[in-house]
Every structure is written in C-alpha cells, then in structure tokens.
Design a protein around this ligand. Structure first.
Ligand SMILES: Cc1cc2nc3c(=O)[nH]c(=O)nc-3n(C[C@H](O)[C@H](O)[C@H](O)COP(=O)(O)O)c2cc1C
Length: 323
C-alpha cells in the first residue's frame, strides 16, 4: 500500500522520460508491474497549458494504479501543477527530486532540490494540500559525496505529508553509472515509517531479492533493465514468491512479437510519425544479447513507418538464425 492505494505487486516501473509512456506502462502492467509512474511533467509547462505536457498525463484504466510525476522548484507552481494533473485522475502524485539532467537541475528542479531540504518540505506540503491522493517523492542519495542527505530529505518529506519515498542509491554527480549504494537506502528505510522504494541497477530476479533483503524495503522500482525485457517483472514476482519456481525467459521471436505490440500501441496513442521517432531508441532494447545486434541497431536508427518496423523484425529473425 502507498497511502490508501493498493499496488498490484512489489515491483514497480521507474518513471523514464522518453520511455515510460502510456503504451510502455500498459505493457509493463501486463507483465506484472505493480505500479507505474508517468514520465516527468514540468510544472511550469503545465501553467502554460502545454499540449505536450497534457499528453504525458494521459493514463488509462488498465494501468491503474498509476502516478503522475511532476517537477519544478516553486511550491505554489507545483501545487497548481498537482491540481492540474488531478484532472487526469492519477492514483498518486509523485515529485521528482532526483533528475540529474543539467537542463532540469540547473533551474533548481529535480536533484537540485536536495540541496535545499527545507524547500523539499515546502513543496511536499504545498502539493499534499492541493490534491486528495497520496503524494510521493523520488530522491537520490544526495547531491554529491560531500552532501549525502537522503535520510534528512526523506524525513522532512515524511513530516510534510509524503506517503512514500523512492530512493535511487546514487548521488546526482554520479548520474547513472557508479555502483548503487544500497546501504543508504536501508538507512532511509530505518529512519522513516512510510514505505521506502529501493531503486537502482536491479536487473534480474536474483538481484531484486538481494536488494529487498539488503535494503529491508518492501518495494523495488526497476527502470533500464526492463527495456526490451518486460519479462523481468514476471520473473521478479515469481522469484520473490518462490525462488525454486523455474523462471520463464522469452525466445527471440517472442521478444520481437512484444516489440511489435509495444510500438503498435505507441502508434495508436501518438501517431505513426512521433511513435516511430521515439521507437528508434526503444527497439534496440529487444535486440540486446543477440549476435548481429550491431547491424540491427544501425537499421533501427532509420525506421520511420510501421512497415519499416515490420521489415526490421524480419531482418532480425534472419540475422539471429544465421548467427
Ligand atoms: C532514459 C531515462 C529517463 C528517466 N526519466 C526519469 C524521469 O522522468 N523521472 C525520474 O524520476 N527519473 C527518471 N529516470 C531515472 C529512473 O527512474 C531510475 O531512477 C534510474 O534509471 C535508476 O534505476 P534503474 O537502474 O533501474 O534504471 C530516468 C532514467 C532513464 C535511464
């Protein structure tokens, strides 16, 4: 449970800009994701009624429970953004306090908020007041190694009314590469009484179980490892229930079928042009691990119609069977 919201399982899909759109979230729910969050939505852009931001907040009944994530640095603007987001009936409002991208953090938003814990509290308080669903925050370990303050920020957010906190166990300066510090996540878990969601580098069922044990968290969130591999959700769910049950791994052909399903759904929701532009980055995930993937990746960078995608699938089958 997060507040009064019951989750479908203990494995949640991480918000990923450019990836976790409605089509991807629905796919992940089908494979056992217990909860999904939208791509981050700018509170400022919402105040200008940006059409693109509106589209990011489109959620369907199938993917419930689903959250909408907002970012910004001004409590009032964030409160208004949450009110605005509520028109789409999210189950949860999530606040981004972890994005390391310079275009976000140089404006004082995302991970930069962690440099001002009092402001984090003010934002959470304002957002909690403005909406009647649970409000959660997604933080990092801290800004850099000299400023590790995940415990302090999590406690302030809890006091301000947050219903859960997700911790990505890296500092902002570490971006996405160095090893994740799971001990800091455990420290946060021990310091607050709201649910803590462990995040970072979970890429197998075994790793998921290890992270749950090491962090003492009840919930985990996975992002990059699900790309081209939504099976990870069902594998983790199965393994957590009973580590002796044999895990199901897809054949390459099954992967390609799901790739088509994924991109066709994107086309359905945002039109062929936009969907195929975004799909160029997404389809390579489905080729991971097979021989001949390099030539497929090149080809993937050029697809612009569904016909191109179908042809790429056929080529992938040929390449993989020839290797
Ligand atoms: C392409 C991409 C986009 C991301 N976009 C967001 C975002 O919109 N909001 C957010 O809170 N985190 C975002 N993240 C961070 C992820 O939610 C997650 O914290 C991070 O990838 C670590 O988890 P992982 O190792 O399971 O991928 C993004 C990460 C990636 C790789």
């Amino acid at each position: 449970m997060i507040g009064n919201v019951k989750l479908g399982s203990r494995v949640l899909l991480a918000p990923m800009a450019g990836v976790s759109d409605r089509a991807y979230r629905e796919l992940c729910v089908k494979f056992g994701a217990g909860y999904c969050v939208s791509e981050m939505v700018s509170s400022k852009a919402l105040s200008f009624n940006s059409k693109k931001s509106e589209e990011l907040m489109d959620i369907s009944e199938y993917e419930r429970p689903c959250g909408i994530q907002i970012f910004g640095d001004d409590p009032e603007c964030m409160a208004q953004a949450a009110e605005h987001a509520m028109l789409n009936h999210p189950d949860i409002i999530d606040i981004n306090m972890g994005c390391p991208a310079p275009k976000i953090s140089s404006n004082g938003s995302g991970s930069a908020l962690m440099r001002d814990p009092q402001l984090c509290g003010e934002i959470v308080r304002a957002v909690v007041k403005s909406c009647d669903v649970p409000v959660t925050v997604k933080i990092r370990k801290g800004w850099d190694d000299e400023n590790v303050n995940a415990v302090e920020v999590a406690k302030i957010c809890e006091q301000a009314g947050a219903s859960a906190v997700t911790v990505h166990g890296r500092t902002r300066m570490q971006y996405y590469k160095p090893p994740v510090d799971y001990d800091i996540i455990r420290k946060v878990k021990r310091a607050v009484s709201i649910p803590v969601i462990a995040n970072g580098d979970i890429d197998s069922a075994e790793k998921a179980k290890q992270v749950l044990e090491q962090t003492e968290c009840d919930l985990i969130m996975v992002g990059r490892a699900t790309l081209g591999n939504p099976w990870l959700f069902s594998q983790i769910n199965t393994y957590i229930d009973d580590p002796d049950t044999e895990l199901v791994f897809p054949t390459f052909e099954e992967k390609l079928d799901v790739m088509i399903e994924h991109i066709e759904a994107m086309v359905n929701y945002k039109g062929e042009h936009m969907a195929l532009l975004q799909a160029r980055k997404l389809v390579v995930g489905y080729f991971k691990g097979i021989r001949g993937a390099a030539s497929l990746r090149n080809e993937a960078g050029r697809i612009s119609t569904l016909e191109d995608l179908y042809a790429l699938k056929e080529k992938a089958l040929t390449v993989s069977s020839a290797c």
